[in-house]
Design a protein around this ligand. Structure first.
Ligand code: NAD
Ligand code: DAU
Length: 363
């Protein structure tokens, strides 16, 4: 189907009435945590952009994240799997996107240790299939949302630039590193216009409560034990999801093709200190902390040098950690339905499996 042929089922986009600045953006994984925050950001900032949210709706995909924009005429949701050629072909033929912003992934390290296969299918094969159709449809820019985990564990007092070698240590990180290399190949071999963004740990509203900060907030709210892996000395750098979205926006519009951008917040916390800080902020007792068996291959620390995006585009995190965390705690407190919906599904089986293996009493 050509760009100028309309499909009745997609009433949101009328190519006959579009103007040159009206970009069509295919966002994969837009029903997940960062993807849904990014779609909301994009739709508010660029009201003439047309946004297609292409998502398989795995356990982590939740259309309730986008309830406030689902009626927006410039937004459409298409259910599909990035690792399924037919699904990807259809969405490209129907919409012929100008930009692709690729978030869709299996994203949780603990799950990747239990079952790596789906990580390879979605994160590697899915990326290649999207690249193939992007080439065929002459997409103007393809952005891969990657991660600091591709660099592996970083010693104290050191940080890595975009030039550092890749040294992933868990199946999730390896699958993301493989995807990064496929982006490089698309640029080097086929001349595709691409960027890679490698960000540190995100937090904020709509994060699936299998990840550290929402697990801790939810358990504290419900007077449950807070499971800290190992001795709690591992270090992560935390960025508010909105600051990450602003970085993606800049790279999408200004990034030179083929370039990689680190997006770190310079906000490093030992896990244990962060849990204590969260408990104090919530006026909960630190006695809820429970040390549990460590994650296999647990990376000690991630730390990136983000001078490049700062120097080139003047980007820097705008949200103070204390404010962002307070907002996030408030969000989880006032969205108990959102969390309870998740807790009533597949999630509890996962929680029991992953934490029982770590000797945490889960009932
Ligand atoms: P998430 O798990 O919350 O969301 C992933 C989304 O992808 C879900 O909506 C899911 O339904 C969808 N999806 C999964 N498999 C799919 C498939 N085969 N086809 C189509 N859709 C599929 O993840 P997130 O935390 O929002 O992360 C988004 C991206 O950002 C990922 O690529 C992740 O690697 C990367 N990233 C995340 C962080 C972080 O701290 N969360 C940091 C750096 C990079
Ligand atoms: O660094 C970027 C990465 O951050 C992203 O690429 C991943 O998609 C995202 O999941 C996240 O990976 P981490 O493994 O760093 O995040 P997670 O929230 O799973 O864990 C953060 C730290 O907290 C890590 O050191 C493990 C620890 N942890 C985690 C959980 C879920 C605990 O101590 N207890 C827990 O219950």
């Amino acid at each position: 189907m050509k760009k100028n042929e309309k499909k009745d089922t997609f009433k949101f986009f009328d190519p006959d009435n579009s103007n040159d600045s009206a970009k069509i953006v295919l966002v994969t994984g837009g029903a997940g945590f960062i993807g849904s925050n990014f779609i909301t950001y994009l739709i508010n900032k660029y009201p003439d952009y047309k946004i297609i949210n292409f998502d398989k709706l795995t356990y982590a995909g939740n259309l309730n994240n986008l309830i406030f924009i689902e009626e927006n005429p410039n937004y459409v949701f298409v259910k599909g799997n990035v690792a399924d050629k037919k699904d990807v072909k259809n969405v490209f033929e129907q919409f012929n996107p100008d930009f692709v912003v690729h978030f869709a992934a299996e994203s949780h390290v603990d799950r990747s240790i239990i079952n790596p296969d789906i990580f390879l299918q979605t994160n590697i094969l899915g990326t290649q299939i999207l690249l193939n159709y992007s080439r065929e449809h002459k997409v103007k820019k393809f952005i891969l949302i990657s991660t600091d985990e591709v660099y592996g564990s970083i010693e104290k007092n050191k940080s890595v630039t975009e030039e550092a070698h890749l040294a992933p240590n868990n199946p999730y990180a390896a699958s993301k590193a493989a995807a990064d290399l496929l982006i490089r190949v698309a640029h080097q071999t086929y001349g595709q216009r691409v960027n890679i963004i490698r960000s540190c740990n995100n937090f904020g509203p709509y994060q699936f409560p299998e990840k550290f900060i929402p697990v801790m907030i939810y358990n504290a709210l419900n007077n449950k034990e807070l499971p800290v892996y190992g001795d709690g000395k591992n270090i992560r750098d935390w960025i508010h999801v909105e600051d990450h979205c602003r970085a993606i926006d800049l790279v999408l519009h200004k990034g030179k093709s083929g370039e990689i951008y680190n997006v770190g917040a310079n906000n490093e916390w030992e896990n244990l200190s962060l849990v204590e800080y969260i408990l104090d902020k919530m006026n909960c007792s630190r006695s809820l902390i429970s040390f549990v068996l460590d994650r296999k291959g647990h990376d000690f620390r991630y730390s990136m040098d983000s001078s490049k995006i700062k120097n080139e585009f003047g980007w820097k995190p705008a949200i103070e950690f204390e404010d962002g965390l307070a907002q996030t705690i408030m969000w989880y407190k006032s969205h108990t339905d959102w969390v309870e919906n998740i807790h009533s599904g597949e999630y509890m089986n996962y929680y029991d499996e992953v934490y029982k293996d770590r000797n945490l009493e889960t009932q």
